[in-house]
Design a protein around this ligand. Structure first.
Ligand code: GLN
Length: 213
């Protein structure tokens, strides 16, 4: 898990947890952002990574597979050692210190002092798209698929984006926090890997360069 890597200037080596979920889409987005993505399926794959992506998918399934493949402990150690990590949707849930409406056996890798609610947007808005203001990035077209939202964010957590009130009207989704950063950990409720807009992945690669620098 050394972040020594090949040195600043070389493309950062970014693992993509490849047990379940939209791995290929993250791989493509990372490549476009100038990173060198590698799939992570076994403990050995964690060696020499500069950063790690936890993809969208199904957090309960990924959590179970992490245990089956003996990856849970090494990954939570990597997160607590300060490896830059980006989680989208299910990945955000895996990083959250507390999960509401999760499965009782669902485990957290830590990294984010937040409480998230799984499948928070409810039946009618299971999946939806909206434009939102993303701190430091600008206007982003966000795709939500059975997404979580952040119900509580600790003091050291920076809120980067919320659901705009205009879209959600008086609905409970209005103003909900959907992107956060805590030190080297970034998470979004939505899926920038699906829209071909590379700016969120570019932000993550910048965070990795910061950590290496
Ligand atoms: N609902 C999923 C979960 O609980 C997340 C959905 C997604 O990643 N698109 O993990």
């Amino acid at each position: 898990m050394s972040r020594g890597g090949p040195g600043r200037g070389a493309a950062p080596r970014v693992g993509v947890l490849a047990l379940q979920g939209d791995v290929r889409e993250h791989d493509r987005a990372l490549r476009a952002a100038g990173a060198d993505p590698v799939p992570v399926r076994r403990v050995e794959d964690l060696a020499g990574l500069d950063g790690l992506v936890l993809p969208g998918g199904e957090s309960t399934a990924i959590s179970r597979l992490l245990t089956v493949f003996d990856l849970f402990e090494p990954l939570s150690q990597a997160v607590s050692s300060g490896l830059p990590v980006y989680g989208s949707c299910a990945g955000m849930i895996l990083l959250a210190g507390e999960v509401l409406d999760g499965r009782p056996d669902q485990r957290s890798l830590g990294g984010l002092d937040v409480t998230v609610r799984r499948n928070a947007f409810g039946r009618q808005v299971d999946s939806f798209e909206t434009d939102l203001a993303f701190e430091g990035v600008g206007s982003v077209h966000a795709v939500f698929i059975r997404a979580p939202w952040v119900e509580r964010a600790g003091e050291s957590v920076q809120v980067l984006a919320r659901v705009p009130a205009t879209d959600a009207g008086a609905s409970p989704a209005a103003g909900r926090v959907v992107a956060v950063r805590q030190g080297p950990v970034l998470a979004t409720s939505f899926h920038p890997e699906l829209t071909g807009d590379g700016r969120v992945h570019a932000l993550f690669v910048d965070m990795i360069q910061e950590a290496r620098g």
